[in-house]
Ligand binder design. Structure first.
Ligand code: ADP
Ligand code: GN1
Ligand code: MG
Length: 367
């Protein structure tokens, strides 16, 4: 059987798959977990699964993480049934370990989980058309609406202060001061960009502290490749990567999707002249998102949307740069300096948002 490493084999035996695993190969473009696709053979045809090596450096408490996902997917399945949808394809289905747990800890301490593989679906790194991105906005807005009544206090914070932008900036400053890899002198310009915008990094958290911006159940990682599209209809089918479902701001789910989907270049593009914000894609997504939320956002939340896009772009840039200074310990890289390239695209995108700021604001008012 094809497999990537020996501990995969132990994990393969630990889950209640239908049939016998015949192939297990690396899958997808995620930066955090190790993802494999498992093909099984048996009576009744082939079954496919996702097997994931949970990154426990990032998610320190896999029990709480999987409990969150178990609760949320169970809740979503009921909502999807009420709406007449297909609960097997429109949200994730956890495959429990044979021991009955939601994940499996192998003999070397690695933590594994499995989901039913959703077939006939694709992911995109960037939006291919305004229609597609409008539908993404509607799907993410709808996702928020589906979870609007879910008791937010029940969910564990799987990464503390995940989107606390000022704390992210503090971490960058510390990484620059410690300079463990001796890279600080080569990133002065990039550091300056973020330091010059220090006050702005607090825009969302200070509004929240003043009681003006509510916490909701949010996804917190609405990168475009965390949406599966149905190959047949071309429409968004399932929102995946539920590791960071927890209390958050609606503007950040909006913002991270704009950051990743409405940029005219890849997240690690080296030719920065290619990086800009597509206003057509921004408009399409905004219209879809506001429709999908179905009037559930407060005025302040709506006003916050453009800033959500800028903050998510800056924060992501801050995190890439921090990781670069610390020796690429968090985000998976495929070539040297990739995290620096990623930080630079986020800076270019945030700078373009500044140039287009008025237009971004007016567009939200219009919808
Ligand atoms: P990461 O946290 O590393 O980004 P993800 O959970 O997003 O990991 O999974 C990585 C990729 O695997 C996704 O972008 C998607 O292409 C694919 N994937 C994940 N879960 C499923 C699933 N249940 N069915 C089909 N593909 C999936
Ligand atoms: C990571 O897991 P993935 O690849 O979907 C990261 C996000 C970043 C994104 C940048 C848990 O997302 O916060 O915005 O990379 N996820 C985590 O590409 O840190
Ligand atoms: Mg992902």
């Amino acid at each position: 059987m094809e497999h990537t490493d020996a501990s995969c084999e132990e994990a393969l035996k630990a889950f209640a798959f239908q049939g016998t695993p015949v192939c297990c190969s690396a899958y997808g473009n995620g930066h955090i977990n190790g993802t494999y696709r498992v093909d099984c053979q048996g009576a009744g045809g082939g079954k496919h699964y996702i097997l994931q090596d949970i990154n426990t450096k990032v998610f320190a408490r896999p029990e709480e993480l999987m409990q969150n996902i178990g609760w949320v997917t169970g809740y979503l399945k009921e909502k999807i049934k009420e709406e007449g949808g297909d609960p097997e394809r429109e949200t994730l289905t956890i495959v429990p370990a044979k021991s009955g747990g939601l994940f499996f800890r192998d003999s070397s301490g690695r933590c594994w989980r499995s989901y039913v593989f959703i077939t006939d679906a694709v992911t995109y790194e960037r939006a291919e058309s305004t229609r597609e991105f409008f539908l993404c906005g509607r799907a993410l807005g709808h996702f928020q609406q589906q979870l609007a009544e879910y008791p937010v206090e029940r969910l564990a914070e799987t990464i503390p202060d995940f989107h606390h932008t000022p704390k992210r900036l503090e971490a960058l400053k510390r990484a620059a001061a410690e300079d463990v890899c001796g890279r600080n002198s080569s990133v002065r310009k990039e550091l300056r960009f973020f330091l010059d915008r220090e006050e702005e990094t607090a825009a969302a958290v200070s509004l929240h502290a003043a009681g003006k911006l509510p916490l909701r159940v949010t996804h917190n990682d609405t990168k475009l490749n965390n949406i599966l599209f149905d190959k047949r209809t071309g429409k968004p089918l399932c929102i995946i990567d539920l590791d960071t479902i927890m209390p958050g701001f609606s503007a950040f789910d909006f913002g991270d999707a704009i950051r990743s989907g409405a940029s005219t270049a890849s997240e690690d593009e080296r030719d920065l002249s290619r990086v800009s914000l597509s206003l057509d894609l921004y408009d399409a997504f905004s219209e879809g998102f506001l429709k999908g939320c179905g009037g559930s956002l407060t005025e302040t939340e709506k006003e916050m949307l453009p800033m959500g896009a800028k903050l998510m772009t800056m924060e992501c840039g801050i995190r890439f740069l921090t990781d670069y200074l610390q020796g690429d310990r968090y985000f998976r890289i495929h070539r040297p300096h990739q995290n620096l390239d990623r930080a630079r695209t986020q800076i270019a995108l945030a700078a373009d948002m500044e140039r287009k700021w008025e237009r971004m604001r007016v567009s939200i008012e219009k919808f």
